[in-house]
Ligand binder design. Structure first.
Ligand code: KG4
Ligand code: ZN
Length: 358
C-alpha cells in the first residue's frame, strides 16, 4: 500500500510517499519545502507567514512527492496528515488539503500526532532493523522534551517531560545570543564540537572526559543542570536558559571576552548530560527496553554519541533516525499514519486541527 503523508505544523511544508510492503515501510519520496530563510529574518517562526507559505507550496510539493515515487494519486491507499500539535493556522493548511484530496478521491484518511510521527521516523529503516513496541521513546524537538513508554504503535504513556521550555527552543534562544542564526541547533552542535576539542584535545570525547578536563570544571562557566533532582524523569530548561543568559550579560557588562566554543560545549554538555541521565533512570525503572530517540534535536552529534555509549553500557537497542528524518518531514507522518490505520483510527471530513498536545 502507498501512503501519502502531509506535514505543515511549523515551518516546513512536506509531502511524502511511503510504501508498505509486507508490514515494512519504505520511503519512496519525501519532499520538504523549508521556510527557514524567510523566518530567519525575524529570528524565529512568524505564524502568519508560515501559514501563507504552506498554502503557496503544498499543491506543488504533492505533485513532486507523487512523481518522485513514480505513482499517481489513484495508487494511494491512505492519506495521513499531522493534525496536532503545532501552529493552528499552519496545521490547518495540510489538514484541509488532505481532507479535500481524501474525500474527492475516496481515499481513507488518518490524523497523526506530530510527536508520534517523529518517533515513527525510526520505522523507516527499510530493510534495516526497526524498533517494535514496547520501547522507551525520547522526543526532543523545538517544542517537546519528553520520555514516553510506548506500549504499542498507538498506545503511549508519558513518563517524563519538561516542565517549561523545550530543549530545542532553548538551543535556539541561547544560540541566537551568541550570534548563531535561527534555528541555531546545527551550528551550536559544530561550535560545541570545537569547544570539546579545545577542552580535551580530542575529537568527539565522551562527556565524562570533558567534565574531567580543566575547561569542563571551570567555575566561571558554572550552569545548572536541566535534569530535575530526585526520582522524577522531568526536566526544566528555563533555569539553564536563564543562567546562561545571565552569564552572557555579566560578561558583556564586565567587558570580558566570551570563549564561544567553550561556552557552547558547556551548555551542550549540560543539555545532553541531562537527557542521558534521565533516559538512564528510565532504563533503571523499565529495564531492558530499547530506546528510540526522535525529533530535530536527535540530530545532535554529541547526544547521539552519548546515547550510543549508554545503550552499549546497558545492553539495550538504540534507534535514532538518519539526519534527514530527524527534522520535520511527511514520511514520518505517513509511517505513523499506517499504524493509526491498522488500529482503525480512520477519520472523515470532520477531522480538525488542534494546537495543543491532545
Ligand atoms: O523536530 P523539529 O524539526 O521541529 C519541531 O517539531 O520543533 O525540531 C527543531 C529543533 C530546533 O530547535 C533546532 O534548532 C533543533 O531541532 N536542532 C538541533 C540540531 N539540529 C536541529 N538541536 C541540536 N543539535 C542539532 N544538531
Ligand atoms: Zn517536529
Amino acid at each position: 500500500m502507498f501512503i501519502l503523508g502531509f506535514e505543515s505544523s511549523c515551518d516546513e511544508t512536506s509531502a511524502a510517499v511511503v510504501e508498505e510492503v509486507g508490514g515494512r515501510l519504505f520511503v519512496r519520496s519525501n519532499i520538504v519545502a523549508s521556510q527557514i530563510p524567510v523566518h530567519r529574518l525575524y529570528g524565529g517562526v512568524v505564524p502568519e507567514i508560515a501559514s501563507r507559505a504552506h498554502v503557496e507550496v503544498i499543491s506543488r510539493i504533492t505533485g513532486e512527492a507523487l512523481s518522485g515515487a513514480g505513482i499517481a494519486l489513484s495508487d494511494v491507499g491512505l492519506i495521513a496528515v499531522t493534525d496536532h500539535p503545532g501552529l493552528i493556522g499552519a496545521l490547518l493548511v495540510a489538514v484541509n488539503f488532505a481532507k479535500g484530496l481524501a474525500s474527492a478521491n475516496g481515499i481513507p484518511l488518518v490524523g497523526v500526532d506530530h510527536i508520534r510521527g517523529h518517533i515513527a521516523a525510526s520505522y523507516l529503516a527499510g530493510e534495516g532493523p526497526v524498533p517494535e513496541p514496547p520501547f522507551l521513546a525520547l522526543a526532543l524537538s523545538g517544542g517537546h522534551t519528553s520520555i514516553y513508554r510506548v506500549h504499542g504503535y498507538t498506545e503511549w504513556e508519558t513518563v517524563g517531560s519538561t516542565r517549561d521550555d523545550a530543549i530545542g527552543e532553548a538551543f535556539d534562544k541561547i544560540g541566537r545570543l551568541i550570534g548563531l542564526e535561527y534555528p541555531a541547533g546545527a551550528a551550536f552542535d559544530k561550535l560545541a564540537a570545537e569547544g570539546f576539542r579545545e577542552a580535551t584535545g580530542t575529537d568527539a570525547p565522551s562527556l565524562a572526559r570533558y567534565e574531567a578536563s580543566p575547561a569542563g570544571r571551570d567555575p566561571t562557566m558554572k550552569l545548572p543542570s536541566p535534569a530535575l533532582p530526585g526520582d522524577t524523569l522531568d526536566f526544566s530548561f528555563s533555569g539553564l536558559k536563564t543562567a546562561a543568559i545571565n552569564l552572557l550579560h555579566h560578561l558583556e557588562q564586565t567587558g570580558g571576552e566570551l570563549p564561544r566554543a567553550l561556552f557552547a560545549a558547556r551548555y551542550t554538555a549540560l543539555s545532553v548530560g541531562a537527557v542521558t541521565k534521565k533516559i538512564g533512570m528510565a532504563l533503571d525503572r523499565y529495564p531492558g527496553l530499547p530506546v528510540v530517540a526522535a525529533g530535530g534535536v536527535a540530530a545532535n552529534s554529541h547526544l547521539r554519541r552519548e546515547l550510543t555509549a549508554l545503550a552499549a553500557r546497558r545492553g539495550v537497542g538504540l534507534f535514532i533516525p538518519p539526519l534527514p528524518l530527524c527534522g520535520d518531514n511527511a514520511a514520518m507522518i505517513a509511517a505513523q499514519g499506517y499504524h493509526e490505520y491498522l488500529a482503525g483510527n480512520l477519520r472523515d471530513s470532520s477531522l480538525n486541527a488542534s494546537a495543543s498536545d491532545d
